[in-house]
Design a protein around this ligand. Structure first.
Ligand code: PMP
Length: 394
């Protein structure tokens, strides 16, 4: 049987993690893998999560099946958190899924049931897993302009012009906030114009919301998603609790759909549940129950928001420190974009040869496209990093 197979390509980010671990240099710096790190360079369990887990351990009475759509309290809490009152809930349905990735997967499958082989438009560049999830679901992938390599901002006019040309058979994948890999994001005014374009062309918005709260705060980060949902008849949202609740390995996310009316929502949801039943039957509960417990409890929720605020402020602080250190040493504003970007990542716009040079010479690890994880910047090494970046790019 398996002699027909050839080796599949390995994951580049995981390979880089392996290289980093094997590097004996004590001064090495890991800006590669996409997990939040604290001041000590670790990714601990959040205190609000730990407390929720203790409560669950004491109060949980059964491990029996939950149902295909998963944990109902979690579902309602996530809708309140991400969508608020942007759209009438009679048109909204939700199914808990294994992570943002699982949510993207079941929603792509749903798109393919509705319009087999249709095109999903993704930003250029985008998170590398968007492409295989879409293609493995039977869909085609095309790109719209996004990152401006000159300014390291968004090429908004070109992006909007591309979206304006789409039609009702097209799907547009948008990063709700904290664009991965670039860190360059739309302003609220630009979101307004994107929403108007989608409402006009009838292209289906599909929002990947993997970093809610990691950019400027929960409310500002939800602006684009809510604006789009308030203006279009149909939409999809893939929510992830991996980053903002630090629940990476629990695999917790949610697939959300907005339909034209309640009846269409029921029909569409029945297809979504049918897809899930035929894939993994039901989602795992632990991460969902943690999030439900936190969001439904006033004190735990306040504690979680404080922890999220701290993570966000730390990342913004590191951005400002690095931009400032480079400015001081070079007397140029060329790297100021790092302080403007939001979320966990910035795309530095370096040639791959420069990325390789930084790894070989300085033990500084980043993704091959020059994406850095700002949470990986050691506070006491900002100057070293600034000097290495300047030396490598001069
Ligand atoms: N979308 C984007 C843009 C991401 O960066 C990630 C995580 N790297 C995900 C979705 C999915 O995250 P998870 O499946 O771990 O929840």
């Amino acid at each position: 049987m398996f002699e027909t197979l050839t080796k599949a390509p390995g994951d580049k980010i995981l390979a880089l993690m392996g290289e980093y671990a094997a590097d004996p240099r004590p001064a090495k710096i890991d800006l590669g893998v996409g997990v939040y790190k604290d001041e000590a360079g670790t990714t601990p369990v959040m205190s609000s999560v730990r407390k929720a887990e203790q409560r669950i351990l004491e109060s949980e009475k059964t491990k029996t099946y939950l149902g295909i759509a998963g944990n109902k309290g979690f579902a309602n809490a996530v809708l309140d958190l991400a969508l608020a009152d942007s759209v009438d809930r009679s048109r909204v349905r939700i199914a808990q899924a294994p992570g943002g990735t699982g949510s993207l997967w079941v929603l792509m499958q749903l798109v393919n049931r509705a319009r087999p082989g249709t095109t999903v438009w993704v930003s250029d560049p985008t998170w590398p897993n968007h492409n295989p999830i879409a293609v493995n679901s039977g869909l085609k992938v095309a790109t719209y302009p996004y990152f401006d390599a000159e300014t390291r901002g968004v090429k908004f006019d070109a992006m909007l012009a591309a979206l304006d040309r789409l039609g009702p058979d097209d799907v547009v994948l948008l990063h709700g906030c904290c664009h991965n890999p670039t860190g360059a994001n739309l302003t609220p005014e630009q979101w307004d114009r994107v929403a108007e374009s989608l409402a006009r062309t009838g292209a289906l918005p599909f929002i990947d919301l993997a970093y809610l709260g990691f950019g400027d705060g929960i409310e500002p980060d939800a602006y684009g998603t809510r604006k789009v949902l308030s203006m279009v008849p149909e939409a999809l949202v893939a929510f992830s609790g991996s980053k903002n609740f630090g629940l990476y390995r629990e695999r917790i996310g949610a697939a959300i759909l907005v339909a034209r009316n309640a009846e269409a929502a029921d029909i569409t949801q029945s297809q979504l549940l049918n897809i899930i039943r035929g894939a993994y039957s039901q989602p795992p509960d632990h991460g969902a129950e943690i999030i439900r417990t936190i969001l439904e409890d006033k004190e735990l929720r306040a504690e979680w928001e404080r922890e999220l605020d701290h993570m966000r402020a730390r990342m913004i602080g590191l951005r400002e420190k690095l931009a400032e250190a480079i400015r001081q040493r070079s007397n140029s504003t060329d790297f100021d974009f790092i302080a403007e970007h939001r979320g966990m990542f910035s795309l530095l716009g370096l040639e791959n040869s420069v990325v390789e040079h930084l790894k070989a010479t300085n033990g500084i690890y980043m993704i091959g496209d020059s994406r850095i994880n700002v949470a990986g910047i050691p506070e006491d090494r900002v100057g070293d990093l600034a000097e290495a970046l300047l030396a490598a790019t001069r």
